[in-house]
Design a protein around this ligand. Sequence first.
Ligand code: SF4
Length: 337
Amino acid sequence: MRRRAIYPIFLPHAGCLHRCIFCAQVLTSACTTPPDPASTLAAISASLPPGGNGELAFYGGSFTLLAELEQERWLEVGARLLAAGQISALRISTRPDAVTPAIARRLAAAGVATVELGCQSFDPEVLRRAGRGHSAAAAAQALPLLRAEGIAVGLHLMPGLPGADAGEALHSLQVALALQPDFLRIHPTIVLRGTALAKLYESGEYTPLSLSAAVQLGATMLRRARAANIPIIRFGLMANENLDRGTAVVDGPYHPAFGQLIRSRLWFERISLLAERGGRSFRLHPADLADVFGQRRSNFIELNSRYGPLTYECSETLPRETIESAGVFYSLFSEKD
Ligand code: SF4
């Protein structure tokens, strides 16, 4: 299913009651000057044609903890664009403990179709050490309130926080999947300049996941989410100049195409399994070929060196995320078959 376009408006740290130890919204959103509703409305009105099916998204803070008047000013921007037919819905991000029945009703009445909840972990100790200030149960309380108003709910998870390991990441994923969200976003923890986490890192009290460990963990999480039929709509922070030039990143598994590394890892494991059983020629959808070969053809080179020359044939008639070997189709996501 084709996803609707998202037009993000970043409101860095808007409504935040305090700073979580990992968070530096100005760096991750590359937004140094907070936008104001009037100029935002003018800019978007001028750039979006009527008949748009996208969503205007308020990201970068805890929208529902903004002063009510401030929320109304932003929701009014959305209302004007909705009335003009330039977007079809609104989306916000907030904390899981910042949703009440009244808030859920107000959001739905304003045209908010999707709420993204920053859960980060479902381990109470990991949440405490990250300075989140909400309980592991908060998302389970917020989700039905939003659903009751017809609002779709996405959950965010952050593997690799202080005190967390792969077991924590998979446990938090399991809890998240059991809540049956509409989607997940998974951002491995990055040490960003100027954060409390950077101080812990510099004092030797925190070590982030390596890129290869984060990719392997992400691959397992993606398999499990697919098995549960819950989409992961994004892996890793959205690339921007601060992150790509390295000025914002002290350490951690940042990669501008982190999601592709994960898909390539799954293809590597899938094809290795088939090659170990004697498979040497494969057929697949052409749109999967870049992930199959991997960045800088790393999979292609490594698989050839392990299993001898492998051949790949593409056909648009084949389903995506599936590979055919000796007339049998295999899903990218199954661990063994
Ligand atoms: S993670 Fe969310 S609640 Fe925490 S400081 Fe950042 S924007 Fe605020």
